[in-house]
Ligand binder design. Structure first.
Ligand code: PLP
Length: 395
């Protein structure tokens, strides 16, 4: 009668959504301030002032019939030109409006890109830990997700594991840096080595292997850490971007795909992206927010709040005896579970009103993810609970 697969996806919520819903119930029971909800990556920093100003300006000045009407399927040409200008200025690329497809956020950017590339029998590689929806998006194209573990010491790319995982069926490698859930930024040397491997494998197999870079956290980095722009390292690159985190606009659903003008037959790839957008119904992203982000190029939400949270949490938790990966970006802290089973540890943490996401679905068992995009006050109030939890495990 209906698709078993879709029924399953719609019935079994992700572990993150489960905890998020649990948090709502628990807050209603014992009060907002008594639940330390670290479950979801909803930015806690408000959108920057330019967003408010741009909304007011476009609502006041743009003809409402135009403002609320359909744009081109691939997005407003003026916005695409504005993004091209900004990206070129930042990264020395030579992109034009014709390299960009406007989407409803990174999830759509990824789904469209995968759909545009996937052929029967294809494999897509992701590095664990990875955003769990990758599996859903890849499998939805009928392709296989191949998981490559990161180096367990620093969660950088395990180069040998990558080289071993690429086969003649590999269509693309998905890279997410800064990473959700580890907060790790892949350093330039790691990028260079991975790109060299892919170049070599392309030659060996005689077909392109694409690099899909999922970058909703590009601007959320601390202490002058650089995030290499992949198009400058590897020709067959497709960027999946979103303003959800950089402008704190996750509910507005706006982002883009950029196809490198150095990719093999890039106009064909771009046409396939347009076709995939069409087939998935992801056309004409919200017009009002296309106009808003056009006016906010180069702006970012106040990252200093996340840095403060990172410093506070990382320092306290390592002092209490937790082993944490020190994040250079995004707003997640990846913490080794204090017992082997991270789900059991997450359940135990609930006794202290701490909501931590077990990382099994991120492909890395034995860890939990803490989303520290919360108020600094929530972190301060939660520290005694973290300490008590560590003590319960004899730390
Ligand atoms: N990719 C990663 C790594 C994410 O963390 C998220 C959201 O948290 C997404 C993609 C989806 O982003 P969006 O809300 O823009 O669709």
């Amino acid at each position: 009668m209906l698709s078993e697969k879709m029924l399953e996806l719609g019935t079994n919520r992700s572990v993150i959504r489960d905890l998020f819903e649990f948090a709502k119930e628990r807050k209603a029971e014992i009060g907002e301030d008594h639940v330390f909800d670290f479950s979801i990556g909803n930015p806690s920093v408000p959108a920057p002032q330019c967003v408010q100003e741009a909304i007011e300006e476009v609502v006041r000045d743009v003809d409402p019939v135009l403002l609320h009407g359909y744009t081109s399927a691939q997005g407003d040409a003026g916005l695409r030109q504005a993004i091209a200008g900004y990206v070129n200025g930042q990264h020395g690329t030579s992109l034009t409006a014709d390299n960009f497809y406007i989407t409803v956020g990174a999830a759509a950017s990824l789904s469209i890109t995968l759909k545009a590339l996937a052929e029967e029998g294809d494999e897509f590689i992701a590095f664990a830990p990875f955003f769990p929806e990758y599996r859903v998006f890849v499998e939805n194209t009928g392709s296989k997700l191949v998981v490559v573990n990161s180096d367990p010491h620093d969660f950088q790319i395990d180069q040998e594991a990558l080289a071993a995982a690429v086969t003649r069926h590999t269509k693309a490698v998905i890279l997410n840096s800064p990473n959700n859930p580890s907060g790790v930024v892949i350093h330039e040397e790691g990028i260079r080595q991975a790109c060299a491997t892919l170049e070599k494998k392309q030659k060996e197999y005689g077909h392109p292997i694409f690099l899909i870079t999922d970058e909703p956290y590009r601007e959320l980095v601390y202490d002058d850490v650089e995030v290499p722009y992949l198009m400058n390292y590897y020709d067959n690159t497709i960027v999946c971007y979103s303003y959800s985190k950089s402008l704190s606009l996750p509910g507005e659903r706006i982002g883009y795909i950029a196809v490198s003008d150095r990719a093999v037959q890039w106009q064909q790839i771009y046409a396939a992206v347009c076709g995939a957008g069409r087939s998935l119904g992801y056309v004409c992203a919200p017009s009002l927010f296309q106009q808003v982000v056009k006016r906010c190029q180069g702006q970012t939400a106040d990252v200093s709040v996340y840095k403060k949270n990172r410093d506070l949490l990382y320092q306290a938790l390592t002092e209490y005896g937790y082993r944490c990966i020190r994040p250079d970006g995004a707003f997640y802290l990846f913490v080794e579970s204090l017992e082997k089973d991270a789900s059991a540890f997450s359940e135990k943490a609930k006794e202290y009103e701490l909501l931590l996401v077990p990382a099994d679905s991120f492909g890395t068992p034995g860890f939990v993810r803490i989303s520290y995009c919360v108020s600094t006050e929530q972190i301060q109030n939660a520290l005694p609970a973290f300490q008590a939890l560590a003590q319960a495990y004899g730390k």
